[in-house]
Design a protein around this ligand. Structure first.
Ligand code: SAH
Length: 227
């Protein structure tokens, strides 16, 4: 936009980030200082294409190619906060997409393993995360509904795509005291579910409504559901 051209891009984004923190996060109940600091530090504009750069901090999900989306900032923050991460945690993310959510998790936890089924997205996210210096994120290409049994158990698992039901292998890969957040529902609408593992049992809490692209895989949708 021409009228903004007097302001360096860096300052413009800093202003947009502070507005996002206040209007989209704090005002909607995100109070966890560690989550807010992570949302402040990760440059979301680096995770979208040139075309969407100016809208990177808007209160919406944005296209990242292949019909996929980077989640709205509020949803990224709310899911991260629900996991109550600790600095030593090892986290599994399903659905790397742009790599933005993985970058946020990596600022709080020790290590992040992220699985993406689309090779092009896995490659570009991996290169982007490396370029930006997120050295504790490891991107793998494959069906995330199977989890990563070789690297389990995980202290926290975040599923960033809509599941028809909670994928059983992921439950089995939660550490004792582990937390998992997953959107469960149909193609149009899902509910965020928080699962906490206590001994042999799982406590399940329904959080808010949301809308994600489908989780496609062996323990997900067999084919993308028609919209
Ligand atoms: N967390 C991402 C946004 C995720 S969009 C970000 O911050 O940008 C959902 C992603 O899940 C898409 O990239 C989609 O390709 C991927 N996905 C869908 N089913 C999957 C599966 N079974 N395993 C791994 N990734 C999957």
């Amino acid at each position: 936009m021409l009228w903004r051209s007097h302001m360096p891009e860096r300052e413009e984004f800093a202003l947009q980030i502070s507005n996002m923190l206040e209007a989209q996060l704090r005002r909607r109940g995100i109070t966890d200082a560690v989550v807010l600091a992570a949302m402040e530090s990760v440059p979301r504009h680096e995770f979208v294409s040139e075309e969407f750069r100016a809208r990177a901090y808007d209160d919406v999900p944005l296209p990242i190619g292949d019909g996929q989306t980077i989640s709205q900032p509020y949803i990224v923050a709310a899911m991260t906060a629900a996991l109550r991460l600790r600095p030593g945690d090892r986290v599994l993310e399903i659905g790397t997409g742009s790599g933005y959510q993985a970058a946020i998790l990596s600022r709080i936890a020790k290590e992040v393993f992220s699985v993406e089924r689309r090779p092009e997205l896995a490659l570009s996210a991996s290169a982007r995360l490396e370029r930006l210096g997120y050295g504790n994120v490891h991107v793998h290409c494959g069906d995330g509904t199977l989890g990563m049994p070789d690297l389990a158990p995980f202290d926290a698992i975040l599923v960033a795509a809509a599941a028809p039901a909670i994928p059983q292998p992921l439950l089995a890969q939660l550490a004792e005291g582990g937390r998992m957040i997953v959107p469960v529902g149909d193609a149009e609408h899902q509910e965020l579910q928080l699962i906490e593992k206590r001994g042999k049992s799982f406590r399940n809490t329904a959080l808010e409504g949301c809308r994600f692209v489908p989780l496609v895989g062996y323990h997900g949708w067999q084919d993308p559901p028609s919209r």
